[in-house]
Each structure stands twice: as structure tokens, then as C-alpha cells.
Design a protein around this ligand. Sequence first.
Ligand SMILES: [Zn+2]
Length: 347
Amino acid sequence: MQAQIKTIKEKAIHEIEKTEDLKILNDLRVKYLGKKGELTLILRGMGALSPEERPIIGSAVNKAKEEVEALIIEKEEKLEQQELNKKLQEETIDITLPSTKIVRGSKHPVNRVIEEIEDLFVSMGYDVEVGPELETDEFCFERLNLPKGHPARDMQDSFYITNEYLLRTQTSSVQARTMLKNTEKTPIRMICAGKTYRREDDATHSHQFSQVEGLVVDYKERNVSLADLKGTLEVFVKRLIGENLDLRFRPSYFPFTEPSYEVDVTCFKCSGKGCPLCKQTGWIEILGAGIVHPNVLRMNGYDPDKFSGFAFGTGLERLAMFKYGITDMRYLYTNDVRFLKQFDRKD
Ligand SMILES: [Zn+2]
């Protein structure tokens, strides 16, 4: 019987040492030490032995069980450690590798210009107003002295949604909204920037562009004049684009101002010497402006005998081009990241 115990024990030791698998190791534990395990079975069969033999065999079996158990535990720890090491090795993070780049967008040049203009005018006491892009015929035209059938409407090809609604062709609609909204009829100093839409699409025009618009209305005795308009526009253009620029006023026509002017600035490219960009004139048209037409004041609730004012408007793409020296307006709308990223450095 002693020999049988020894054989089982040696077989167990051999199999435990041989295995490299935790699951098989567990099976071996059941096979030798479990309820029906080979060593346990010997203990159960001791009834057949003589009383003298029992303690000897019993102690031998228990000793063998202890040895096998200790060996299994030892092996178990070894295998677990191996598994852990393997896992650690496989899941190592190489902290010296470059991280995934976080791509940060940049402000669009047109938005940069809008922010700069708003800051400048707010510092001069103006309010920033906004209005809807889907506008009524009334606010886009009629209240700006452009009744239905007025020939000057032909200057702006419009996207009509219905007979009464259209995509605004100019931010001037916000002038009418601001005047009407001011029920106290107090003086107004406001600017408004935003998207505008016209039905034109060629190399030099886009069906969607942006405008900024300014309006000043004040008591007549304050005598808001062309000199004030010119002074304001000079500050505007010089601060935004460059101090060494000159302004030139040319008489023009707009339905909502009388008199009306187109304002030119010194060509930023040739400094006034003449180049292809300014068609050799040394000047580039930049703004439309004038003294608010009495009809516009009247239609929006301001008595032209008591109030007067000036208004101006310009294309923001144009301003962005002058400011940053962009030679083709289409760059502003092609969404080329290589182009747009360059303006990050302007901050
Ligand atoms: Zn020029």
C-alpha cells in the first residue's frame, strides 16, 4: 500500500511539474486531492486494513496529500505570475510615442474682421444689432425708400421665397428694424454685420457674401453732418486696414441716402501709384455711405424735421482682402485649411 501511495504521489508530482496551464493544474488538484481523487480514495479504503496498519497508511496518505497540495499551490503562483508578466508585456504603453494630434480650428478671416469692427464701434458708443437673414420685402426694400417696382431694385437680384419673403440682399434691413424697434425715438448709433444673398455667381461675385452696416440718427440740433460721417469712416478704415490710407468721397446714388457717396481708399497694393488691382487709378472703392434719406426716417417713425443722421455699408470680404492682402475673394469660401490656418498667426 505504501508503494501504491508513492506511485500516485510521483505520478502527481510529474504531471504537476509538466503542466504550464492553470486549468490543467486545477484538473490535477481534482484528480488527486478531490472527493473522488486518487489519494482520497485510498483513505476511504482503509476500512479493509488492520488497526495497526491504519495510522501508518493514514499518515502516509495525508503527508502525500500535503506535499501534492503544496506543489500545486507553488505551481499555481508561478503560472499566475507568468500570465501577469505576459499581460504586462503585451499591454505596455510606449509613452515616448507622439500623441494623437488635436486639430484646432481657426477663426475665419471674415469673422475676425467682424469682431474687430464690432470692438472698434462699441468703443465709439455704438450698439451691435442683428436681424433675420430671411427678411420681408417690407424691411429689405420698402422701409428703405425702395417701394415695389422701384427701378433701383434691379441693382439687387434677389432670392425670393414667396412674394413677401426673400433672403436679405443687404444688412440695411436691420437699420429699418432698429429704427422701428426704438419706440422712444431716441438717437441711434448702431452697426450690424452678417450674411447677405444675391442672385449672382461669377468670378468676382458670390451668391452669399457678408456686409457690415452702420447707422447714426440724432437730434437735428446736434447737426450730424457729412464731416462726422467722413471722420467716422476715416477712423474705421485706418484702424482696420492701415493708418497711411487716404479716403476719397465720390457722389453716387443709393435710394436710402441723400446725398450719397461711394468712398474710395488708397490702393493697398501700390500705395496710390497705380497698379492692375486698382486699374491704374491708385484708388479702390470700399464703402457706400450718405446722409439718411428723410423718407427712410419718416417711414420708420422718425420726424425728419427733428432728426437727421448718416449711414454706411460695405462688404466684409472686401475689407478682409484689404486687411490681409488676399488677392482672390474665392479663397475666403473654398474652405482650404491651408489658407485658413494662416490667420492663426494674426492673433
Ligand atoms: Zn493699385
